[in-house]
Design a protein around this ligand. Structure first.
Ligand SMILES: *Cc1c(COP(=O)(O)O)cnc(C)c1O
Length: 420
């Protein structure tokens, strides 16, 4: 099946006479006919047992997203933050380290540089365009993963997945790619060598600003028996000696994540949220196409405005990432554009407050056009140094182009720019 078909057909095939759409299975629990059956599930959870770590409605979404990304399995989480946290915790314990490029989502910078640090996991940030020797120096015997974002939020830098995958693999560690902005409609990181793909499904996948959620997809391609990951190859005493690589083969990573992390931390989405996410996924291919075409028109308009210092949108021929975008994002560069208003922070705020239609909100990739000032919102906690590394300046405004008529979007932006 092709993407458009997968979005509608993957994950659920109704049995004869069954509901055409997977219903919301709003139940914490599942009933079995014997104590022994339940006991067996505690040894090996092969069926739905308790909705802290699996649920039939959510499972449909997990299968669909795994299919779209070309992975062997997926696990939904209750937020994108939880997805990135679990993606790392499934590999690292106190005393380990990871390498990340700095131009990533502000929330992930906080997670990696402050919260993981408190848990004893170090994150070493290395510039995405650093030469190979510099990158190589960041690897230590305790390095367990490399992390980047396909299309960085909000810097809109295109991550060179193939290059970083090769470097990670040379060091026997997996590459984790946050593919939130691109979605599998625009880029499938696994095809370029990524081992683990994460998403904030809150954004385009849901698309309608209805549910907060996340997902982790396992490519099934990484060799966990390489010697660096004993937790995959040695018995897990909490499941009577399960050995993930032996018992689950290519799905070792994603099953371990569910059996250990979801069991113990329980950041699983509610069935109702997954139902809404599924609704969003059904129309994802149609919506992504329009986001991309609307955003390109808006970016071209913004590029022509004398009130704007710079426009960052990799779909523009003038963009420094344009060549890379042609490789990784040939169908389009999503609906997000970062602009820097002339006059810095004050003018940026004036421009945003002058908008009549676009919403001023803490969101991105909404179906409605929205704007956000990263320096005072999502990236507020970052130091000036971290801001620069994340590609955020005080005058930057993140414009998330929605699906309104593009002429209406441009008119709104224009009237506010004209008044500056
Ligand atoms: C929003 C976002 C996150 C965090 O996701 P939540 O669903 O808000 O927890 C992570 N990564 C990227 C790229 C994002 O845009």
């Amino acid at each position: 099946m092709r993407d458009e078909t997968k979005c509608l057909r993957s994950g659920y095939t109704p049995a004869n006479g069954a509901p055409g759409v997977m219903p919301i299975v709003q139940s914490t629990t599942y009933v079995f006919d014997s104590t022994e059956h339940i006991g067996d599930l505690f040894n090996l959870p092969t069926e739905h047992m308790y909705s802290r770590f699996s649920n039939p409605t959510t499972e449909v979404v997990e299968k669909k997203i795994a299919d779209l990304e070309g992975g062997v399995g997926a696990m939904c989480t209750s937020s994108g933050q939880a997805a990135n946290l679990f993606a790392v915790l499934n590999l690292c314990k106190a005393g380990d380290s990871i390498i990340s490029v700095p131009d990533i989502y502000g929330g992930t910078v906080n997670l990696f540089s402050a919260t993981l640090k408190r848990l004893g996991i170090e994150c070493i940030f290395v510039d995405s365009d650093a030469d190979e020797e510099t990158i190589q120096k960041a690897f230590k015997p305790n390095t367990k993963a490399v992390f980047g974002e396909t299309l960085a939020n909000p810097a809109l830098v295109v991550f060179d997945i193939e290059r970083w995958a090769a470097i990670a693999h040379k060091n026997n560690v997996p590459l984790i790619v946050d593919n939130t902005f691109a979605t599998p409609m625009l880029c499938k990181p696994i095809e370029f060598g990524a081992d683990i793909v994460t998403h904030s499904t809150t954004k385009y996948m849901d698309g309608h600003a209805l549910q907060v959620g996340g997902v982790i997809v396992d490519s099934g391609n990484f060799d966990w028996t390489c010697g660096k990951f004993p937790e995959f190859t040695e018995p897990d005493e909490t499941y009577h000696g399960v050995i993930y690589t032996k018992d689950f083969g290519r799905a070792a990573y994603i099953i371990k994540a569910r059996m250990q992390l979801m069991r113990d931390f329980g950041a699983y989405p509610a069935a109702h949220s997954s139902f809404l996410l599924n609704l969003g996924l059904e129309t994802l291919p149609v919506r992504m196409e329009r986001y991309c075409s609307n955003a390109l028109k808006v970016a071209r308009f913004l590029e022509g405005s004398d009130k704007i210092e710079s426009v960052k949108y990799p779909g523009l021929e003038s963009d420094p990432d344009h060549e890379r975008a042609k490789k990784y994002l040939p169908k389009g560069c999503s609906g997000v554009i970062s602009i820097v208003i002339k006059g810095g922070r004050d003018k940026a705020v004036e421009f945003m407050d002058g908008l009549k239609m676009a919403s001023n909100e803490v969101h991105v990739a909404d179906i409605r056009t929205c704007v956000l000032h990263p320096a005072s919102a999502t990236h507020r906690q970052l130091t000036d140094e971290q801001l620069v590394a994340a590609g955020v300046t005080p005058g930057m405004v993140r414009v998330s182009v929605g699906l309104e008529n593009v002429e209406d979007i441009i008119e709104d932006l224009k009237q506010s720019l004209d008044r500056l």
